[in-house]
Write a protein that binds this ligand. Structure first.
Ligand code: AMP
Length: 452
């Protein structure tokens, strides 16, 4: 088995890695670090949890510490990340790995005041980690010059495209010098990403850490068929029975996340929600409390959860099954990180059985069914030959837009009783719902991308 010494890393980086407690490189590190150190471009298919941050951060640090700029420090490496959480965590990893080097790095993202970011930029930095909106904003104001970037990293490229960042990425690419090294990481490789990669990577080495491997290896997975109306009682039961003190619960909507937090709270379970309607401060606080163990359950939507880097999550609950099968793989990858094991429960109600079919097709096997609970509901089991993703409207709940009796204050437009169209209806599981129309996605993006 390979060790870090054999990858060609400098002594100072080896020391940092050792201090982090890493003994063996993960597959993505073993495959990506040597070509990156040789100056090659890399195209990586890997998701959060595989150790991909170190796979690029270590070579970036090594390459830029080989030479010192003659004049004032300038941005030599740029890392673009889709979400604030992920950007902050990448920057935190740069802190961990650069402890023995004379490297300055900084993270910038929207939703917070720009002044401290501007001050750090004015002092001079070597590595900039950024979300696209704030980056372009500060470039527009003249605080950032990308003209001497030597290393460009585009992280979570599929997520970037899903969030409507393609035009921003293209704008950034135009501002980078021609002569530079590039790296693109994406959890999936649809045609759009392959095209984007081809547009700026040169003769790239392809590194593939397939999600299937990750899902089957260490994560125990269970499906529980249950009526929508019983999900809450089922989750409370499991959390209490299994004494979960580090679990993450995925809901489809921000509103669903808030509601579940309240309900868990009423059952004496300490939970917090993390999604884009929360302020950056609230998100950071929720994550910090979760990391330290003050909060045992984090309830999250998909995008907000990207990049949540907590190593000892023991349980992942798919409270709502995702309508995109790939999201299932991302979600369950929150557990069993860095060599640990974990369990992922999926709650499938009768409107979600088609989603389950799609997920099982993607991962290539049928997930074990757990019937040993009092809420087992045969009506939610997929029918023979059921088409993936097809929504079966059932009797057990999922009535569109039922007002929530527990939350009188917050009756927003979204939850009016009469949906006008599937895409407007909260609680209607139309499979297009997670992907708003292009114009809306772009508006979300320009508003600082705080919608998930
Ligand atoms: P990432 O996929 O970059 O988000 O990393 C996931 C987690 O794995 C982070 O908490 C890292 O600190 C940890 N990690 C990264 N590389 C290794 C390694 N070689 N051995 C053990 N843990 C690692």
């Amino acid at each position: 088995m390979e060790d870090f010494q054999s990858l060609g890393l400098s002594k100072k980086l080896l020391l940092a890695v050792e201090q982090e407690g890493y003994t063996t490189p993960t597959p993505v590190q073993a495959q990506a670090i040597p070509p990156l150190l040789e100056g090659r471009d890399v195209l990586g298919v890997a998701q959060t949890g595989t150790g991909k941050t170190a796979a690029f951060a270590l070579p970036v640090l090594q390459i830029i510490s080989r030479s010192k700029p003659q004049s004032k420090r300038h941005i030599r490496a740029l890392v673009l990340s889709p979400t604030r959480e992920l950007a902050a965590q990448i920057d935190e990893r740069f802190s961990a790995y650069s402890g023995h080097l004379d490297i300055r790095h900084k993270v910038i993202f929207g939703g917070v005041k720009q002044n401290p970011q501007v001050r750090a930029l004015q002092k001079g930095i070597d590595v900039l980690v950024a979300t696209p909106g704030r980056l372009l904003d500060l470039i527009g104001q003249g605080y950032i010059d990308l003209g001497r970037v030597e290393f460009f990293v585009l992280d979570e490229a599929d997520q970037m495209l899903d969030m409507g960042f393609i035009r921003d990425i293209k704008k950034v690419l135009k501002l980078l010098p021609r002569q530079r090294q590039n790296l693109l990481f994406s959890a999936t490789m649809p045609k759009s990403i392959a095209e984007l990669a081809a547009s700026f990577l040169h003769n790239a080495v392809k590194v593939d850490v397939s999600p299937e491997e990750i899902t089957v290896e260490r994560i125990a997975q269970k499906i529980m068929f249950v009526r929508k109306a019983d999900k809450r009682r089922l989750i409370v039961k499991i959390i209490k029975q299994e004494r979960v003190n580090k679990g993450i619960v995925f809901t489809r909507t921000k509103h669903g996340a808030n509601r579940l937090v309240k309900q868990l709270d009423q059952s004496g379970i300490n939970a917090a929600a993390i999604h884009g309607n929360k302020s950056q401060g609230a998100r950071t606080k929720a994550l910090a409390n979760f990391k330290t163990g003050h909060t045992s359950i984090l309830v999250a939507t998909d995008i907000a959860s990207r990049g949540i880097d907590v190593n000892d999550i023991t349980h992942v609950f798919n409270y709502d099954l995702p309508n995109e099968p790939e999201s299932y793989v991302h979600r369950i990858g929150r557990t069993a990180r860095a060599g640990k094991s974990g369990i992922a429960y999926g709650f499938c109600d009768d409107s979600e059985s088609g989603y389950l079919v799609g997920i099982q097709q993607l991962i290539g096997f049928d997930i074990d069914v757990d019937e040993s609970h009092e809420f087992h509901f045969v009506g939610a089991i997929p029918k023979p030959g059921q088409i993936p993703g097809k929504i079966k409207t059932g009797k057990s709940g999922n009535k569109p837009n039922r007002p929530n009796r527990n939350n009188n204050k917050n009756r927003s437009k979204q939850r009016q009783n009469k949906p006008k169209s599937p895409s407007q209806s909260q609680g209607n599981n139309n499979s297009n719902r997670q992907r708003p129309p292009r114009r809306r996605r772009e508006r979300n993006r320009s508003q600082g991308n705080q919608n998930q």
